[in-house]
Design a protein around this ligand. Structure first.
Ligand code: GLN
Length: 483
């Protein structure tokens, strides 16, 4: 049961092969048995999950069940969940119980999903390894010596280890796609504005986007159906109708034009990953797609642009954590200034402080034009590169990451080497495009991902390509020997 897809579980519930209460218990037991080794969860909401499962079973008995009713899910601990600790992986919010529910978790709950708990993440979603969490690192079920990716590493590890059938993640610069790739899962970052950011703790507000982490493209489509949509509470949410993301899954790929950016296959890419990704693209060709070499010349500049813009936005978003209204407050402050400074010095971890300092510097009067404005200009050029590419091709394909998962601790003292791991994912967020990662093989026993990038609001097309690929490959069905 624990390695089943959401789709299979949904059918099982519909046929009354098991109840949501039984399903929920099975996952709670799996979590209890394995999370000591993985640390994928910050909070397990067992009692609430059992109560929600009961409600879901009651709804089903009344004939009111949809495809997500009674399906357990793990939420990244960046989504505010009413009455439940919402820590964002930080000491700053260790004592914070959210007084309201995020739109994403609210929609999924309304669709009948059962929350198992809140998953671990890099502190305030800043990182690519889940090592910067106040709650300690999460381990990768494929090999517990390596990182699961980040920042949604807890969500990815939980699904890969069979602790949850699906999970939510957020992606500011790759945090859904990269952990999905490193844990052999299917992850989708939607177009900016497709999924509401309301109640999702802000990191880089012009980049952040929530999305599904699942075993298959079909599961990701089912979950996105429950997450997407306009929200008047998020002023950047787009008022565009939500299609049924499962409707196009079976469309043949005949005539699909795929672009391979030369910059995604150059120096820095692990040669075994290159081979796996090229083999994946060959499969798509066999399915009727045509392949064209393209160029995204500003790819290299996405790292400096992103690592100015994201910290700049983070520095303003994180100014609210001052010990006054909620969250951590230092002991016995001498005066107001002492309270502000000690609260922030004690409540934030190293990486968060580094980003606040970079962001504050880049936004300061003397350097605004030299750094922040320059980065915004680069962002525009990066966006233009994609638009030129989409004049010639429908979907862009390449690797999700330049290397497989690395050993815990290997990059934690060298932030720039960690930032470089984001080379293939950042530009998608800078441009606001949808991107996806699909399992395409293993390198030394560790999973790697094929990235698919689409034009604005082309989620259904990406899911179609990924689903067709998963009909002729079985990489996504492989599971770790863990536990
Ligand atoms: N690794 C990137 C960063 O550290 C992206 C993180 C994310 O997408 N939340 O900012």
């Amino acid at each position: 049961m624990i390695n089943s897809t959401l789709k299979q579980l949904s059918e099982g519930l519909a046929k009354a092969e098991f109840t949501s209460a039984e399903l929920t218990d099975a996952y709670l037991q799996r979590i209890a048995a394995t999370d000591g080794d993985l640390n994928a969860f910050i909070t397990v909401t067992a009692d609430q999950a059992r109560a929600e499962a009961k409600e879901a079973d009651a709804l089903r008995a009344q004939g009111k069940a949809g495809p997500l009713t009674g399906i357990p899910i793990a939420h990244k601990d960046i989504f505010c969940t009413q009455g439940v600790r919402t820590s964002c992986g930080s000491k700053m919010l260790d004592n914070f119980t959210a007084p309201y529910e995020s739109t994403v978790t609210d929609k999924l709950r309304t669709a009948g999903m059962v929350m198992l708990g809140k998953t671990n993440l890099d502190e305030f979603a800043m990182g690519s390894s889940t090592e910067s969490s106040f709650y300690g690192p999460t381990r990768n079920p494929w090999n517990t010596e390596v990182i699961p990716g980040g920042s949604s590493g807890g969500s990815a590890a939980a699904v890969a280890a069979g602790q949850a059938p699906v999970a939510t993640g957020t992606d500011t610069g790759g945090s859904i796609r990269q952990p999905a790739a490193l844990c052999n899962l299917t992850g989708l970052k939607p177009t900016y504005g497709r999924v509401s950011r309301w109640g999702m703790i802000a990191y880089g507000s012009s980049l952040d986007q929530g999305g599904p982490i699942a075993r298959t493209a079909e599961d990701a489509a089912l979950l996105l159906n429950g997450m997407a949509g306009f929200d008047h509470k998020d002023s950047t949410s787009k008022d565009i109708a939500v299609p049924d993301y499962t409707a196009d899954l079976d469309k043949p790929l005949d005539g699909l034009r795929i672009g391979l950016p030369e910059e995604y296959f150059g120096e820095g890419l692990n040669s075994d990953i290159a081979a796996r990704v090229e083999a994946g693209v060959k499969e798509l060709e066999k399915l009727g797609a045509t392949v064209k070499r393209i160029s995204l010349p500003r790819t290299r500049l996405s790292i400096p642009a992103y690592y100015i813009i994201a910290p700049a936005e983070a520095s303003t978003n994180l100014s609210r954590y001052d010990g006054v209204r909620y969250g951590y407050r230092c002991e016995a402050p001498k005066d107001l200034l002492d309270m502000y400074t000690r609260t922030r010095a004690e409540g934030f971890g190293e990486e968060v402080k580094r980003r606040i300092m970079i962001g504050t510097y880049a936004l300061s009067a003397g350097y605004y034009d030299a750094y922040y404005n320059k980065a915004q200009q680069l962002r525009r050029l990066i966006k233009d590169d994609f638009q030129s590419a989409f004049a010639e091709v429908d979907v862009i394909a390449g690797p999700t990451t330049p290397s497989p998962a690395w050993k815990l601790g290997d990059k934690s003292n060298d932030p720039v080497s960690m930032y470089l791991e984001d080379i293939y994912t950042l530009s998608v967020n800078l441009a606001g495009l949808p991107g996806m990662s699909v399992p395409c093989g293993q390198v030394d026993g560790l999973p790697v991902g094929l990235q698919l990038i689409g034009n604005y609001f082309a989620e259904a097309q990406l899911l179609n390509v990924a689903h067709q690929y998963q009909q002729v490959t079985d990489w996504h069905q492989q599971t770790p020997a863990f536990g």
